[in-house]
Design a protein around this ligand. Structure first.
Ligand code: NDP
Length: 257
């Protein structure tokens, strides 16, 4: 059944998106990998997929740009077929506190993390409705539900928006056979986190998170990809408006110690 699947993975060039693109391709989906700056990284993902016999295309597409998103979906449908899986993975992290926040940067972040989901979903929904089938998975974050790493209030707000959009879009699209779910990763080892969280050195952040995680380690991109593949599967057709938390059992949530 996966052989008929066509997936778009926004921000599939690196980190979590890369792992998702590789896993969906290994299941048999044709994959469109998007990026904005790192063409080299996106091409490398495509090379890996092709080497395993998969079908893949690479597109430079900024999720904040409606025309760019629309063109990407049209190109995907022309080259690979109707999109059946959309993974809204592209995201950025801008860390700030009430004292330091630059509202323009906050706005730029939410245009990627929240508005981007609106643009891509609108771009795929016509053909998903026509096919009476779709799997949309939005990557939110445990930040959206109150994890406590410092400096993430504004990022958390964008991810909470992603979560409520997931649930409301599930309501709007469910009668057309389209499921819309969210995956909320905990702390995952990627360029985003390696870029340092709130100015702390990596070792101390990793130790901080590890000590607050039941399974005693931070996450890897594949941990998240597995959850996405579960929700993207044809068999997951009676599962919608849900959020799957993939955090190794984090114990530091606001209001719960
Ligand atoms: P990375 O920074 O490693 O990768 C980000 C990806 O998003 C890159 O592929 C990048 O493209 C792409 N991207 C950035 N801006 C845009 C844009 N405007 N339009 C399209 N693509 C864009 O991030 P992660 O892999 O860590 O994160 C992936 C998702 O998971 C994000 O939504 C993030 O918020 C979320 N998340 C991450 C966690 C973590 O601990 N890492 C925890 C919880 C959630 P390019 O390569 O061209 O720069």
């Amino acid at each position: 059944m996966w052989a008929n699947q066509v997936a778009v993975v926004t921000g599939g060039s690196r980190g979590i998106g890369r792992a998702i693109a590789l896993l969906l391709a290994s299941r048999g989906a044709a994959v469109c990998v998007t990026y904005t700056e790192r063409a080299d990284a996106a091409e490398y993902v495509a090379t890996e997929i092709r080497a395993s016999g998969g079908r893949v295309m690479v597109v430079c597409a900024d999720v904040t740009d409606v025309a760019s998103v629309q063109a990407t979906i049209e190109q995907t449908e022309t080259e690979l077929g109707p999109v059946t899986i959309l993974v809204n993975n592209a995201g950025v992290l801008y860390q700030a506190t009430l004292d330091t926040v630059d509202c323009n940067k906050f706005d730029s972040m939410r245009r990627v993390n929240a508005d981007g989901i609106v643009h891509t979903t609108r771009a795929v929904m016509a053909s998903m409705r026509a096919g009476r089938y779709g799997r949309i998975i939005n990557i939110t974050s445990v930040a959206a539900i109150g994890s406590t790493l410092a400096g993430n209030a504004f990022y958390a707000a964008t991810k909470a928006e992603a979560l409520i959009l997931t649930r409301r879009f599930a309501m709007e699209l469910g009668s057309h056979g389209i499921t819309v779910n969210a995956v909320a990763p905990g702390f995952i080892r990627t360029d985003m986190t390696r870029g340092r969280i709130h100015g702390q050195p990596w070792d101390s952040i990793e130790k901080h998170v590890r000590e607050r995680t039941i399974l005693g380690r931070i996450g890897e991109p594949d941990d998240v990809a597995n959850a996405v593949a579960f929700l993207a599967a044809p068999e997951a057709g009676w599962l919608t408006a849900q959020m799957l938390v993939v955090d190794g059992g984090r114990m530091d949530y606001l209001g719960s110690g």
